[in-house]
Design a binder for this molecule. Structure first.
Ligand SMILES: Nc1ncnc2c1ncn2[C@@H]1O[C@H](COP(=O)(O)OP(=O)(O)OP(=O)(O)O)[C@@H](O)[C@H]1O
Ligand SMILES: [Mg+2]
Length: 238
């Protein structure tokens, strides 16, 4: 089943002489439960693409469809709600709220949405992320790896259709980095999460089902590395 369709996306920043074409007619689809790595040189448009898929940055041209919804046809208000419910974003610099503790940071998206916390799921996420004994710590009382685990928890708490991560291990040492990748892979397998990760690290990219290489705002290569682990994925070697 197709979860994401990126259709003829272009993005131009600025105007006139200062205009930069960050993306130039990018199209691809992602199946539900796939783990896709996006690689490419600095400035090739990776973050721009992720932000457009995540509903954060409007494209200059083209369409993004997630689970049947053409997201830029929604008004700002509806898009904000869609984003909160369907998209989990993880950044290189965790973006946690400094005055909220671990539990509050993880459950924040639910509170913003006026929804109740599913205690069983929260416990499961906290156990999976190994944060049980840190629940009431503030972000500045945590290591980098722990902070990134909190931001993954926050991204997962709404059961989003899509989990997007931009250099999630860019700020971590190799041990923490490996752990974060294991957690992302676990959420991909355990919760059937469709996962798109931007990385400069080839070791991470090689763990994905598929690797998309961007260069100068377009897709240079789109390679399948292995069959998606998601049950029910068409076994036609696509
Ligand atoms: N807000 C902006 N205004 C103007 N130009 C921008 C803006 N954001 C990005 N760009 C330009 O768009 C191009 C793509 O940027 P983008 O951040 O998507 O690259 P990237 O592949 O994520 O690079 P990196 O690996 O360094 O993070 C670059 O040339 C960049 O300078
Ligand atoms: Mg980037």
């Amino acid at each position: 089943m197709e979860l994401l369709k990126v259709d003829g996306i272009s993005k131009i920043y600025g105007e006139g002489e200062a205009a930069t074409k960050a993306l130039d007619d990018v199209s691809f689809t992602v199946e539900k439960g796939e783990f896709v790595a996006i690689i490419g040189p600095s400035g090739s448009g990776k973050s721009t693409l992720l932000h457009i898929i995540g509903g954060v940055d409007r494209p200059s041209k083209g369409r993004v469809t997630i689970d049947g919804t053409s997201i830029y046809n929604l008004n700002e208000n509806k898009l904000a709600i869609f984003r909160r419910r369907q998209i989990g974003l993880v950044y290189q610099f965790y973006n946690l709220i400094p005055v909220l503790d671990v539990e509050e940071n993880i459950t924040l998206p639910l509170l913003l949405d006026g929804r109740k916390v599913d205690k069983d799921y929260l416990e499961d996420v906290i156990r999976t992320l190994k944060l049980k004994d840190r629940l009431h710590h503030l972000p500045n009382q945590l290591s980098g790896g722990q902070q990134q685990r909190v931001s993954i928890g926050r991204a997962l708490i709404n059961h989003p259709a899509l989990l997007l991560a931009d250099e999630p291990t860019g700020n971590l040492d190799s041990k923490n980095s490996a752990e974060i990748v294991e957690l992302l892979k676990l959420s991909n397998k355990k919760y059937g999460q469709t996962l798109i990760v931007i990385t400069h690290d080839e070791r991470i990219a090689l763990q994905a089902d598929r690797m998309i290489t961007l260069t100068d705002g377009h897709i240079l290569k789109d390679e399948r590395i292995r069959k998606s682990g998601h049950v029910g994925f068409a076994e036609d070697g696509r």
